[in-house]
Design a protein. Structure first.
Lengths: 293, 293
């Protein structure tokens, strides 16, 4: 077999909780080929990924966008390890070692899935050209990637935006679904929280259902916390739950009201937007990771 | 007059709401001489500062730690301007121009006062050696400087941590004192909020007064939001209000409880600490600004 990318093969991997995407492309985010398959046990998932990459050639660089918690600090001894997670079999698994063994000398850049998606949306997507961007995804859980001062934010480990504790909406006595914190943002506004609260999945609730005022309340307060700590110029909200008509606008209006004139960034319009790439933001961002230092 | 620092004179200025500090020293934070005077009208304040600097020589670099809101982004056309503020006479005043006119070619590094204090505490103070540090000050207002991944965080403008909206403590019906947001952190936990809530200034309330449980509640929730967004390895709390015995420990315990095992950084002990420098963190940090790029 003659490899198609004999000199520089740029590869990417998006390791999600339920599906994995591997791809070949360019560090500007251009996807050339991709392959999607279910995330199963770690060894099997990586065997599939490595076989696919190998069938294309030998990658010189791989960008990885991984679910968390994961040690993304390259200075840490356990760089690349999945940290304690309720997901069976994955705790302690190194997602960098199998790739380094298969492709000695390959340059790996590892990020959270949400940071990678944030990078794609901030460089070539719905917030292109801005240096302060937050990408929030709402699905089974809630997570956020943060680009601040042109850099992806990490801090101690990485942000866990879904677990921020926020003021309750007046009259809201829903207990919350988070097994750790009950009524954190994820516990109040994730897909499972919506379904449990209203007895119906979000996808079946019409845009004028009060569920979306509640949803916008918690999202807007989460964004208000971001404004106070790592102020974004624009917020991109993606993920299945976000696709109901009008949610972005409703959230933007409430954020502006909460800001009360105090945070100049919020006066930008549009401020809360849908992603440009959605399903492909993560894998595009993973490709782009190979181009940042 | 023979200038004492003929070749490289490192200067610093801490521009506070009520007092200004000017100093000469080293970019490692060493203070050699300092002079404190009341902040009055902008022109007068800067005349005093410039006269004092001139009496020492010609500064080659000046680090400025300024109250906000202030445009600290060197790429912005209005870099150095004080932005709309209730403080009379200061809105729109440039704090960099008078210094550049007095000392042509001087290299100015401008930061928020809290970011400068954070830098000093993170490099040579109570969080020395850590790359992810938050410095919170509680006095007339509440502000925070954030060092994340070894860099001072800005984002769109700069963090306004005091204005984060947090869950209310059970049974707490205090309206809050913030003219913009009522019950944001500053509105619930600043010096004036404590005095208005309990009818007594914080300095006169004993350490076992319930006021401090309330204070710790809001501080701990503010720190929980930081953990979810720009996770610190350690939090330094300074300012007049923080000086009551036991507040740091009480806050730390509550943060750990709120984290519920989810944020590994919080297991570090001590996690919430008093500053090493307190009154001098800002001016030391301003000196250190001359050493960062």
């Amino acid at each position: 077999m003659v490899p198609r990318y004999p000199l520089f093969m740029i590869a990417a991997m998006e390791l999600g909780g339920t599906k994995t995407v591997v791809a070949i492309g360019k560090s500007d985010g251009t996807l050339e080929e991709e392959y999607r398959f279910p995330t199963t046990r770690p060894e099997e998932t990586f065997r599939t990924a490595i076989e696919w990459f190998s069938s294309k050639g030998t990658p010189t660089a791989i960008g990885i966008a991984a679910f968390g918690p994961v040690q993304i600090n390259p200075k840490a001894a356990n760089w690349g390890d999945i940290l304690p997670t309720p997901k069976p079999h994955w705790t302690g698994f190194s997602i960098t070692k199998p790739l380094l063994e298969a492709f000695p000398g390959v340059e790996i850049t590892l990020e959270t899935d949400v940071n990678a998606a944030c990078l794609a949306e901030a460089r070539i997507g719905a917030a292109a050209g801005l240096e302060n961007v937050v990408y929030i995804t709402i699905g089974t859980g809630i997570g956020a990637g943060v680009l601040c001062d042109g850099r992806l934010l990490h801090g101690a480990l990485h942000p866990e935006f879904g677990h921020v504790l926020l003021p309750r909406k007046d009259g809201d006595d829903f207990k919350g679904t988070c097994p750790f914190h009950n009524d954190c943002l994820e516990g109040m506004a994730s897909g499972p929280a919506i379904e449990q609260r209203w007895g119906t999945p979000g996808g079946q609730l019409p845009p004028d259902h009060p569920a979306w005022d509640t949803e916008a309340w918690y999202l807007a307060h989460g964004i208000q916390a971001l404004l106070a700590i790592a102020p974004p110029e624009r917020v991109v909200i993606g993920g299945g739950v976000s696709q109901v008509e009008g949610l972005h606008k409703k959230t933007e209006e409430l954020v502006r009201k909460l800001a009360a004139g105090y945070f100049p960034a919020v006066e930008n319009s549009p401020y809360v937007v849908a992603p440009k790439f959605d399903q492909e933001a993560g894998i595009k961002g993973a490709l782009m990771l190979t181009g940042i230092t």
